[in-house]
Design a protein. Structure first.
Length: 218
């Protein structure tokens, strides 16, 4: 079992310098991973200040050397696989193979999908999630990729460079509410590489607390 700190990408933690400091302190304290939520509006009626999680992770990369870094979770169904594949591969190379991609449908669906004209049909989103995960594996292979699904299409492309790690991970589907910051339990996680924690699909037990001010951290 590995343990992670689970941090929102809004509020005070939306400041990259604050997030980087949290990452540094988490590494010093011996945590195995730092995972960031991946929202675009979260609960939109709350009008939160949010940051792009990939920019936050980049800041964390530059402040750490050992700790794994990733998302909990990325709603893959609202992302374009090609863009996500590039982001994860680039961060995996920058970290020297420390990137973890937590995956699921995300929530709240009405706020994070419907607000931007996307479907809220969870069957469609689940199919898009599954096809996107297949597409990510193929794109990270470094081989020519042609893929035809009901939701995702890729036509004869090669993505280079490849991640440091070899694509594989848990294909179990996360609950739709997982992106809102699940409590103690497993986050379905997909490494862009072949390492699995203790031979199993990577699952981090993480603690969820209400966000605290960064200057209150030990």
């Amino acid at each position: 079992m590995q343990y992670s700190v689970n941090v929102p990408n809004f509020g005070e933690f939306a400041a990259p310098e604050v997030f980087a400091e949290v990452a540094r302190r988490a590494e010093e304290a011996g945590w195995d991973a730092l995972l960031v939520w991946d929202h675009v509006v979260e609960q939109k009626d709350r009008r939160r200040e949010l940051a792009d999680p990939w920019i936050l992770l980049t800041a964390a990369v530059l402040a750490t050397r050992r700790i794994r870094l990733g998302t909990a979770i990325t709603p893959v169904a609202r992302r374009r696989p090609a863009k996500l594949a590039r982001e994860v591969a680039t961060l995996d190379r920058l970290t020297g193979g420390r990137m973890v991609l937590g995956v699921g449908l995300g929530a709240p669906v009405d706020d994070e999908y419907a607000s931007f004209g996307d479907t809220t049909d969870t069957k469609v989103l689940a199919e898009r999630l599954d096809e996107s995960l297949d597409a990510l594996d193929l794109l990270w292979s470094g081989e020519p990729v042609t893929y035809r699904g009901n939701q995702i299409t890729i036509g004869d492309v090669v993505f280079l460079p490849t991640p440091v790690q070899r694509p594989r991970g848990d294909r179990g589907r996360a609950p739709a509410g997982g992106a809102r910051g699940p409590g103690a339990g497993g986050v379905p996680a997909r490494l862009p590489g072949g390492e699995r924690a203790r031979g199993q699909a990577v699952r981090h037990r993480h603690r969820r607390h209400e966000p605290r001010r960064a200057d209150s951290w030990p």
